[in-house]
Structures are given as structure tokens and as C-alpha cells.
Design a protein around this ligand. Sequence first.
Ligand code: MG
Length: 413
Amino acid sequence: MGSPHPGRISDVRTTTVAVPLEAPLRHGNGVHPGYFVRTLVELETDEGLVGLGEVGGGGASAAQAIGALRSALLGEDPYQLERLRWKCANPVQALYVPLHQVYAAIEFACLDLQGQAAGRPVCDLIGGRLRDPVPFAAYLFYRYTGEAEAGGERDGETMVAHARDLVARYGFKTLKVKGGVYPPDHDVETMAALRRAFPDARLRLDPNSLWSVEEAIRVAKRCEPIGLEYLEDPTWGMAGMARVSRSTWIPTATNTVVVNLDQVPAAVAMGAVGTILADPHFWGGIGGVRKLAAVAETFNLGLGMHSGGELGVSLAAMVHFAAATPNLAFACDAHYHHLKGDVLAGEPFRYQDGSLRVPQGPGLGVRLDPDLVAQYAETYQKLGPYDYHQDPRRPGWFAVFPGETSRYAVPGS
Ligand code: MG
């Protein structure tokens, strides 16, 4: 049990790290070229506690943004989350900088501090451990070949082999494919191959909004006999998503066209989407996705979990939220199984039957391993940031919506 109060924030530290992936991950808008860059946030208090947060990216986009808030944070009480939210992420200021993501990292750290002081896990501060373990999906990518011959998925046969490996190792029951790299019919063939290999699995396909509405409707019709639990962002925009949603029984999901509460009324009125994918980073922390969960419950929208390539600190925040949110009924997305390492001490997250246990300890229930943080901070110094929207093996290429045949990778490549 900690002290009854976490104290006041007395120091703010950030460390940007790069953690290698087993192989580069391809998607409709580019490639994760073999590592994820994240910035770790440590809020220390005058009671000697340290709360952990994490935000995507490095350099100007994360560490500097949090550094700029240092004077706003020092002396603050980690329980005063609304005060901190308005101080750090005023929506007008957020028009210029993604402050809701920066605030999310601060909020995770404050909840971690609250939990440590109370001697309770974060899930107990937000509704309790309703779901434990938390189911996750196998996030399947077409991958370039990485070290140790990992990767090389380019069609149904190779994707099935990759899925079999992950299912054998981690027990996943839901398989999500990141499509949009190859022409749409190639993705349909991959999904059909997965269905033949895994007759009972829940399947999802996400081409990152790349297809035209007409293409998306045609693909959805081809996917109907395969059976998908949802088609994620088949096209861009709410009106486009509404036209697709009206044209197929396959439910639609999004993490791109409904990204704040202000967009929900229009999405509901238009019938744009069946399921909204929560992401505590994009929605301004666990408090933000809890509001989304309440709105989804009100309108009977589905609720899932988006993954932005997080490390263990963010994953802990996601797992605590998922544990305490009744209507988060879909298996969560995570890139975690693609990572070759993490920054946490003691490997708190190990998949079993496709699920992760909620950390037992107080707060987020995870601690940094200082040696691993130092190692991956050095890796970041060596590798630097990367542009998510490029494919290093297709120089000069960039995604255009809707994808024309000429912009897709040639099947087999
Ligand atoms: Mg998506």
C-alpha cells in the first residue's frame, strides 16, 4: 500500500525509444520499416512516486510537446485530471498540435500515480476488473523479410502460415489482416485462404480507407460468403462509409472517420459505421475513451480497440480500460506480438489463449527496466524517426485515395 496521496508532480522526464520489430510491416499508406518509435513519460512526485505514460513518435512530435508542458505540470496534483486536461489540451490549442495524445500520456501517468497511492490497479479506479483476461486479435500484415528470415507474407498461403505460427504460439481466436498493399481482390483471396484454414476464427480486414466506395462495396460483396466480423475503414469519409454500410450485411468499423465525440451525432444520423475503435491515445486518455464507451452504449454502436504500435506502458493503459468497459466486446488490436522487445521489467504481458492478463499491481502495474530503456533509447539515437507514410522499397511512392490499380504493389512483390 502506498501513501494515501501521491503527492504533487515534481519532475517530468521523457525518453524516446525505438524498439525493433520482427519484420517491416506493410500497410496501405506505407511501411513500418522495422521498428516503432515511442516516447516514454515519467511523472515523479514529491512523495517519491513515479507514474508512467507513453505517446507515439519522438522528437518534436512528442518529447518536445511534453517538455513544453513541464511548467504547467510541476506542482500539480495527479488527481486533478480535468484541471490538467484543460491546462494541457485545450481543444482550440489542439487544432495546432495533437495535444489530446500528449495529454493521454500525462493522464496515464497520473492514473498510475493515483493507483499506486491508493494501492489499487487502474482498472479499479474506472469501474473494476470486469474482464480479465482481455482477448486480443492476431494483427496480420504483409511483411517484408526481416532478420532471421521472419516475414515475407505476400499472399494467402504465406499469410496462413504466419497466422498458424501466431495461433500456435499465442492462441489467437481473432485474425485481423492489414490490407490495402495489393489490389483489393488479392486481399479477398487472402481472407478466403484464412477462412479455409481457420473455419472458426473471427476475421477482419482493414485496408486503411484506401478503396473507392464502389470498390469497397464490390469487395464487401465478395467477402460476404467468407464471413467477416467487420470490415474496417474500407473507404474514406463518413458519407462513403455510410454508402458501404448500407450495401452489405458485413458490419463496418472505423478508427479514421469518427475520431472525436463531435463526429458521433453525424455518424449515427448517417448510419456511417457499426463499430468505433477506441484508442486512449487519439481520444485523449482513458477518460476520453470512457466517454466514447458511454456514447457507444447509448446508440448501441459496437466498440473495439485500435492499436497504434504501442509498447508495454500504453498496452497496460489499454488493458486496464478494456478490463473495466462492459461494451468493449471485440477482441482488442495490438501490434505487441510483432515487437522483438519491450521496455518493461519482468515481462508482464504474455499472450495465453489469445488474451492478456490485467496487471495485478497498483496503478498501471508495470515498471520500466532502466537497462532496456537505455538500450532502446540508444537504438533510437542510431535509427532516428521514420516516416510512416513511405515505403523504403518503393522510392517516391505515396498513397492516393481511392487507390488506383497502378498504385498497389504488384502481387508477388
Ligand atoms: Mg484501422
